[in-house]
Write a protein that binds this ligand. Structure first.
Ligand SMILES: NC(=O)c1ccc[n+]([C@@H]2O[C@H](COP(=O)([O-])OP(=O)(O)OC[C@H]3O[C@@H](n4cnc5c(N)ncnc54)[C@H](O)[C@@H]3O)[C@@H](O)[C@H]2O)c1
Length: 506
């Protein structure tokens, strides 16, 4: 094959190591373009930079990279961090499988600060360069590997190979978690074309609406279970129906459950997979905006009790997630709005480019879904079991839960309550300008910005009660210092909470 595996990414991402490990694993040759340049210069890159300047270096680099990408020679090539600045290089990459090792600037800095890299001397400049280059790496990448933890060559190589059967332009994120890694495929047409990356027999769990729309695309199926659409199906009684059907249809531990649908199906089927015969693999195929930007990743599964949402469940990471944003075209408007609240939440957590996209009007296009998925996966990778950083994902949810509970889960959909909860959190964060902007975005996407049919007292009391149930004091809130700078566990005194809820009624 003339298609090479090309590793790109920032300084300190671990490209050279990954390339040589992959070469060893595959019994192939690898090349590192920085290494070739050092040999060619007969001196360090640092020394060449100092004597000839960056422009001269980039010119030499472009030549070496383009040659390394020509047919023949090493099958695995690691590129220098700045190589993608060249248009010729970017064009040459189109013929190859590009793997982006994504590492945050903090980790990268820790890895390279003591080295001899000319562009790693000043920390602020280093972070700025990282921000400039990130979109360039992302735009070229077929595979994005979250590389703070070095994955084994086997993990990312087999994931990269599985892309050969996916529709062109499918992106693959490799999500790492303490309990392993799993591939997340994102691409328009993924479900439509029937892409499926495993050999295992598939048992489909879906709701009636989604099964009718997309169930057949997942054929061949060894069995199928359908539930009624809606939150009322997320119960132990429904889990029993799924378990019983899986048993009746002959599902074994070697088989996969395929959860096709929104968060209800994902949570229920995921929970059933976690417990059926003490655990079988689940492949999540999310078809709502909520599920594609949030619930399908991270392994939280479960069902509701009559008076307590999500009270029984298990952590069960998926074998893979197949995300086809084109399936969102059939989603009812109200569900799209509900999902938008989570998109906005995720954009506030991420900041940077995702926030810019969303404030510019993006809702549910492929790149927005991809960016939300990356954000959630990054947060979960840092804290799989909700001990710390994962709590930022609750932004807006503390007051939202209280609103849902005092209105009997009937007046507001979850996404609508989250919209109000985000506004309350921004008031508590003392961010009036941001609150106003977020309010406009919510309203433009069919979400409420005013609390009706609920008393301020009741909402404040319910928020306090929720906190007590969690055994935390004082009320730990997630607050926004700025988009991209979100802090969890922030204490909020009662009068401030009351004022924030009061403001919602105006
Ligand atoms: N596990 C997590 O981390 C996590 C995170 C957030 C939310 N959740 C859970 O997710 C659930 C909400 O999920 P949801 O908002 O996806 O709702 P949902 O699963 O109830 O789906 C909403 C509706 O859209 C329909 N639908 C789904 N996909 C469609 C499509 N492509 N075209 C047409 N109709 C389609 C469904 O049939 C359903 O009627 C809640 O139970 C919540 O607790 C879980």
């Amino acid at each position: 094959v003339s298609r090479k595996l090309v590793l790109v990414g920032f300084m300190g991402a671990g490209k050279s190591t990954a390339a040589s490990r992959a070469a060893e694993f595959l019994g192939e040759q690898s090349a590192d373009t920085d290494e070739i340049l050092r040999r060619r210069f007969g001196t360090s890159i640092d020394a060449f930079f100092a004597s000839e300047g960056e422009a001269a270096f980039r010119q030499e680099e472009e030549q070496v990279v383009v040659e390394a990408l020509e047919p023949g020679g090493a099958a695995i090539v690691a590129l220098g961090g700045g190589a993608l600045g060249s248009e010729r290089v970017r064009a040459a990459l189109a013929d190859h499988r590009v793997v982006y090792l994504d590492v945050d600037p903090e980790h990268a800095w820790q890895r390279v600060r003591r080295g001899d890299r000319p562009l790693a001397r000043d920390r602020a400049r280093f972070a700025q360069l990282h921000a400039e280059r990130e979109p360039v790496y992302e735009a070229s990448a077929d595979v994005i590997v979250h590389a703070e933890r070095l994955l084994s060559a086997e993990e990312w190589l087999s994931a990269a190979r599985s892309l050969d059967d996916a529709p062109a332009h499918t992106r693959l994120l490799l999500a790492s978690s303490r309990s392993g890694s799993y591939p997340v495929y994102v691409g328009n047409g993924l479900v439509e074309t029937g892409f499926y990356p495993f050999e295992q027999r598939r048992f489909l769990v879906s709701d009636g609406i989604v099964a009718r729309l997309y169930g057949d695309r997942l054929e061949p199926l060894a069995g199928r279970v359908s539930i009624m659409p809606g939150e009322q199906s997320k119960t132990i009684a429904h889990a029993e129906i799924v378990w019983t059907e899986l048993a009746r249809q002959g599902a074994t531990r070697e088989d996969h459950v395929v959860a096709l649908g929104g968060g209800v199906v994902g949570d229920l089927a995921g929970f059933c997979a976690a417990t059926y015969q003490r655990g079988v693999g689940v492949v999540q195929v999310p078809t709502t905006l909520v599920a594609q930007v949030d619930s399908a990743y991270g392994g939280k599964t479960g069902v509701d009790l009559p008076d307590a949402k999500n009270y029984v469940g298990a952590y069960h990471q998926p074998e893979a997630v197949l995300v086809d944003p084109a399936t969102l075209h059939t989603l009812p408007q109200a569900e799209r709005s509900a999902g938008y609240a989570e998109v906005l939440k995720t954009a506030l957590i991420a900041g940077g480019r995702l926030w810019e996209r969303v404030r510019g009007g993006a809702v549910d296009d492929e790149l927005t879904v991809l960016a939300c998925a990356r954000t959630k996966l990054r947060v979960v990778a840092e804290d799989e079991r909700d001990g710390g950083r994962r709590q930022v994902l609750n932004l807006g949810h503390t007051v939202a839960h209280a609103i849902e509970s005092v209105t009997g889960y009937a007046r507001y959909r979850h996404g609508e309550a989250v919209a109000l909860g985000l506004l309350a959190a921004l008031r508590l964060s003392e961010q009036p300008a941001l609150r106003e902007e977020v309010g406009e975005l919510l309203a433009a996407n069919g979400l409420p910005t005013r609390l009706e049919d609920a008393s301020v007292d009741a909402v404040v009391t319910a928020t306090e009660r929720d906190k007590k149930r969690r055994g935390a004091a004082p009320v730990p809130f997630v607050l926004v210092a700025a988009p991209g700078d979100v802090r969890y566990g922030q204490p909020v005194p009662e009068p401030a909470l009351r004022a924030a809820v009061e403001e919602l009624t105006r």
